[in-house]
Ligand binder design. Structure first.
Ligand SMILES: [Fe+2]
Ligand SMILES: [Fe+2]
Length: 239
């Protein structure tokens, strides 16, 4: 079978992160659900597959520093990068967005009640993501670093058994947060502030969008690159 026809959305983004913008534009989930073949998704969702392929080719021609080849990185370096760039970003963005959402709901909640729901969803996401990242940092990533350093053969079996177990749990949590942010995106009309919005309101939506974009990249790096590499490393240690 033609490999182009089976190529997954996640592997387009792994090959070149700039293609993520094309998938965002068409509302195609490339991170949590990146393991589906692009052609199949286009057929199911009535999207012009040839048009999407042409746009992918176009963005790949554009000069950009966005396309780091993360797939070529050792897994321990990628785990460090995710922790220091994406986890740290989430930790720093949460208090700032919480404060801004407090101001926006107080000033605009009466006229725009959807901001209450957005604030509730963000609060739930912040709590879940904080716990999620701690599980990665304290349980999963240390084992990935051991496997990457080549000391996998001598390490004692982790309490969680196969690495597939914590990875499955992490994938499920990624799906939950991806879904929660889709609801925020819909409620905020794609992060478009209403005509009477003040600058704080606009800034809040802009930062929420930035948070979602960062989350998509973060989940993509884990789901499509780091976790499959960890599963392969574990299999070769056990072989
Ligand atoms: Fe993470
Ligand atoms: Fe994660």
């Amino acid at each position: 079978m033609n490999t182009q026809n089976n190529k997954t959305i996640g592997s387009y983004v792994t090959d070149d992160y700039r293609t993520a913008a094309v998938f965002e534009k068409y509302g195609i989930d490339f991170c949590c659900r990146g393991n589906r073949p692009l052609k199949q998704v286009c057929e199911q969702e009535n999207i012009d597959y040839t048009g999407v392929l042409a746009e992918i080719e176009n963005v790949k021609q554009e000069a950009s520093t966005e396309n780091q080849n993360f797939r070529s990185w050792p897994s321990d370096l990628l785990a460090d990068y995710i922790e220091k760039i994406h986890h740290r970003y989430v930790e720093q963005a949460i208090p700032r967005l919480t404060e801004l959402l407090g101001k926006v709901t107080a000033a605009h909640g009466a006229a725009h009640p959807e901001v209450y729901e957005i604030a509730d969803l963000f609060r739930a996401s912040a709590g879940e993501l904080t716990k999620h990242m701690k599980k990665e940092e304290l349980i999963l990533f240390p084992v990935i670093r051991k496997l990457a350093s080549g000391s996998g053969k001598t390490m004692t079996e982790p309490a969680f058994g196969s690495i597939q177990n914590p990875i499955s749990a992490m994938l499920e949590e990624h799906d939950n947060e991806g879904e929660r942010f889709r609801r925020i995106e819909n409620l905020s009309n794609g992060y478009t502030a209403p005509g009477d919005a003040c600058n704080t309101y606009r800034l809040t939506y802009q930062l929420l969008k930035e948070f979602q974009d960062d989350l998509h990249k973060h989940i993509h790096l884990e789901n499509n690159i780091l976790f499959p590499a960890a599963i392969n490393m574990e299999a070769s240690v056990k072989a």
